[in-house]
Design a protein around this ligand. Sequence first.
Ligand SMILES: [Zn+2]
Length: 294
Amino acid sequence: MSPDQIYFIRTELDRCANMREQKQRIKQLKKFKTCHYVPVYRGNHIYPDSDDAFFISDIPLGAEKMQSFLGILNDELWFSCGLTEKEAIALETQLDCQFESIRQYAMALADDLAHIALYSRGLDLWQRKNKFCSICGTLNELESSGHKMVCENGHEHFPHIEPAVIVLVSKGDQCLLGRKHSWPPNVYSTLAGFVEAGESIEDAVHREVYEESNVRIKDVTYFGSQPWPFPSSLMLAFNAEAVSDDIRLDDEMEDVRWFKKQDLIKWAKAGSIILSPRFTVANNLISNFLGKRI
Ligand SMILES: [Zn+2]
């Protein structure tokens, strides 16, 4: 199981970041290139006909100022269109279908579409949460084709990403998985947590594992990353080896345990334990440890 199998990140889409400030160029390209407009409401999309494609319009939807340039894929331009509640309801009525989260459709989407759905979701959630400047409180306007916000007093804001570490800790043929109080019954996953202000990623890996399990680790190696706009994380995945195995829980965790490979495979198959879904990097880490996709 290699990091390049991480879901949501495989795409041929060129973000064309250097074109975002070139309004006239984008306007010209729109005249003779095929354009796709992805309506987004509260980070969600509409899946009208089948679960392997969300609704994509060939004409712009909503206000032009809420259009964000996502990039170019196969010589075609892609935009996301952030809709107001009124516009979203109108589109739902027209298509007789509701806006829904990508979670339940993720695995059915082709790589490029899965990436575009997640990309437009992250951008849309950030735009909705930042209607006003966090410095002076005046109204923000979208600039740079949807990738920057600027208020009346010229304060600039960029998409806010929260880095989080996620770690598969192993000791011989055992790995350390845990569950939080809020999770559905029998769900277990790798330990994870947010990187704190002023903290290095490496220190966050050691701290989070120790806080949640009391286990000390060594040989931390980077595995890969996955954008996770639920609402604004970036998951940074690592493998690590345990140097202690005595578990003690903090308040956040309901349970943390060592699982033997064979048990994990057997119990996951039987459904007595539920591991993170296949589209998560946690699943990549566990599958990588087991040597088979689970
Ligand atoms: Zn301001």
